[in-house]
Design a protein around this ligand. Structure first.
Ligand SMILES: NC(=O)c1ccc[n+]([C@@H]2O[C@H](COP(=O)([O-])OP(=O)(O)OC[C@H]3O[C@@H](n4cnc5c(N)ncnc54)[C@H](OP(=O)(O)O)[C@@H]3O)[C@@H](O)[C@H]2O)c1
Length: 323
């Protein structure tokens, strides 16, 4: 494990470099690895043979991950390493990924942009800065990981970038507008990049968890209230949401199984659903749940582009050119 020292108080000593991966083992980097889905994904990937570098903003919270990895008796033991990485900070992500790439000989096979959070909001009464904070972690944090990892994947013509979206990244639930916006943004970036990078062997994949029993459900709400007219439904919906949505939650381990499918699928899809009970609700908006239809459409758009030839001039311009 790379021990990075204390996370607050006196300036931390420079972190020790992360250890090298097990010989020949594929390499994964996972953000938000100290908790919930990220923790379970680290353990599941280690069990699947990966050397995993689990990123977290406070390495003091690494104990649960390391205990879970030890309890899972992954082979070889010690296949999970901790790196300090705050996805909200450009330099933190760039430095952490560079250190991992130095340890692995410029190899990362799988990057999982998992760190994220959600709080209930309305458009009124919530400072813009709180919207920006959520975008900074959920969307720009994911993009920071992409920018740090994808060049190495492209050079090696191999890699998978898993964006942890949500069923709320496909259907925006009431009072989750900020969270949905951040996940919709991720959906757009991944959908576009999927077409661009497929021919280079780099696969952009969206994971779509439904309710998962993680600490997320118990994180404190924001300090805001909605306008008076919305208070009754805000309160009633909060109670109903917590009771109904999370009553059908599955475990982080069950969710992580879908991630193992996504990294080992010989023909990776654009989207992986992780929670079958959510699929009926999602089909009210999306018919193409694994994104194969969308991917075929966007790849066809690229297929019509003529490298070096620019676009076909519109008819009027073509007529003029002939004169
Ligand atoms: N649980 C669900 O029902 C569910 C459903 C759909 C999608 N998801 C998505 O799954 C991902 C993981 O969530 P989870 O359920 O596993 O929740 P979790 O247990 O609360 O874990 C969230 C992880 O993200 C990190 N994180 C949160 N805020 C951060 C910030 N401001 N800066 C840096 N890191 C931050 C946390 O670090 P700290 O511990 O340091 O805060 C933690 O490692 C999220 O992207 C979430 O949107 C969850």
């Amino acid at each position: 494990m790379a021990s990075n020292g204390p996370d607050s108080g006196a300036p931390a000593p420079p972190p020790a470099p992360p250890p090298a991966p097990a010989a020949g083992a594929p390499v994964a980097i996972v953000t938000g690895a100290n908790s919930g889905i990220g923790l379970a994904v680290c353990v599941a990937l280690a069990r699947a043979g990966y050397t995993v570098y689990g990123g977290m903003r406070a390495t003091a919270s690494a104990a649960e991950l390391l205990a879970a990895a030890a309890a899972a008796a992954v082979d070889p033991p010690g296949a999970v390493h901790v790196v300090r990485m705050d996805v909200g900070n450009d330099r933190s992500v760039a430095t952490a990924v560079a250190a991992v790439l130095a340890a692995t000989g410029d190899r990362v096979d799988v990057a999982v942009a998992n760190a994220g959070y959600g709080k209930r909001v309305t458009v009124e009464g919530v400072p813009l800065s709180d919207y920006q904070s959520m975008m900074n972690v959920n969307f720009f944090g994911a993009l920071r990981l992409v920018q740090a990892c994808v060049p190495s994947m492209r050079r090696r013509r191999s890699g998978r970038v898993l964006g942890v979206s949500s069923v709320i990244g496909l259907v925006a639930f009431p009072f989750f507008g900020a969270y949905a916006a951040s996940k919709f943004a991720m959906e757009g970036l991944w959908e576009s990049s999927h077409a661009e990078y497929k021919a280079l062997g780099v696969h952009f994949i969206l994971m779509e968890p439904g309710p998962v029993a993680t600490p997320m459900a118990h994180r404190p709400p924001g300090p805001w209230s909605p306008p008076d007219e919305l208070v009754p439904v805000w309160d009633a919906y909060a109670a109903q949401f917590m009771a109904e949505f999370f009553s059908i939650a599955h475990t982080p381990d069950a969710c992580a199984d879908a991630f193992v499918r996504a990294v080992s699928d010989p023909a990776p899809a654009l989207r992986y659903m992780t929670h079958p009970p959510s699929e009926g609700m999602l089909r009210t908006k999306v018919a193409d749940l694994d994104g194969k239809g969308v991917a075929a459409t966007t790849l066809a758009l690229l297929a019509t582009a003529k490298p070096g030839g620019g676009s076909t001039p519109p008819p009027a311009e073509a007529d003029r050119a002939e004169q």
